[in-house]
Design a binder for this molecule. Structure first.
Ligand code: BTN
Length: 270
């Protein structure tokens, strides 16, 4: 179980989880740690502030989806960043966060995580976690809220039928209990490494790490565009994190948002 004192004792960071003049929060239950982090940021909370919860009652995923967040079943984590650069110049932060999460899970749980563009953490073709980066327009000075959800020990009864075969969790993979405090502290360490690299214009290294962890590149993918499904081959990512797709009808195009599905060997998409 996540414990604030134990988590903070394990931190080896300078800023992330160690907000200057501020405090991290751990909630027994909250609507959404991202919503709470945005509130704190609007009130002036410093960079590095972490909000965690044992349960979320209105956890949010991308594309307006719900993030199912039962008690002690996942890592529900949000972080306030206040980059000095203009938002348009903030490099591919979601991809960098994916790299950090994958490295943290390998270091602490031995789990090999694949990165599906743009924000999914996957294992064996199933979703293990996701990232929701938000930049609320009303917050001055600007802040980015990085939300990370990682499934730790879900009970299949908590999952809707359509997700049961598409989702996995750490303890199902490792068959062993997980030290959430160690995972979360390592996640902060890896996030700080990636954030420093991105802010200091060492972007290419992070992009190369993403490429190495990707389960997307080289695959046939399906995506929605112009009101219909299209297919192509994912060939690379750009410096700003867009996905370069080779299509038959339009040559190379760049996807900057939305969602993709990856074609399996049997022709189905996941
Ligand atoms: C996705 O894959 O769609 C992104 C999921 C992000 C979920 C996390 S859990 C902690 C934080 N609080 C939220 O409400 N969402 C993010």
């Amino acid at each position: 179980m996540i414990d604030k004192v134990e988590f903070e004792r394990r931190l080896v960071t300078s800023v992330i989880g160690k907000p200057a003049g501020g405090e991290n929060e751990l909630w027994e239950s909250i609507d959404s740690t991202n919503t709470r982090a945005a509130e704190l940021a609007a009130g002036g909370a410093p960079e590095g502030t972490v909000v965690m919860a044992r349960q979320q009652t209105r956890g949010r995923g991308r594309m307006g989806r719900e993030w199912i967040s039962p008690v002690d079943s996942g890592l529900y984590f949000s972080l306030i960043l206040r980059p000095q650069k203009k938002l348009a110049d903030v490099p591919p932060i979601t991809l960098g966060v994916g790299v950090a999460a994958a490295k943290a899970l390998f270091a602490t749980a031995g789990v090999e995580v694949g990165l599906k563009w743009v924000n999914d953490l996957v294992h064996d073709g199933k979703k293990l976690g996701g990232i929701l980066a938000e930049m609320p327009a009303n917050i001055k000075p600007q802040a980015i809220i990085i939300g990370i959800g990682i499934n730790v020990k879900l009970n299949p009864v908590d999952l809707p039928a359509e997700l049961k075969d598409r989702v996995t969790w750490l303890e199902a993979i490792t068959d062993a209990p997980l030290d959430m405090n160690a995972v979360t502290a390592e996640l902060c360490f890896q996030l700080e490494e990636v954030y420093n690299a991105l802010m200091q214009d060492r972007i290419e290294r992070t992009l190369d790490e993403w490429r190495a962890l990707s389960v997307t590149l080289g695959k046939t993918i399906k995506f929605a565009s112009g009101g219909r499904d299209r297919t192509g081959t994912a060939v690379d990512i750009t410096q700003s994190g867009a996905l370069i797709v080779q299509t038959e009808e339009n040559g190379q195009i760049e996807l900057t948002g939305g969602e993709i599905s990856i074609r399996n060997a049997d022709g189905s998409y996941c």
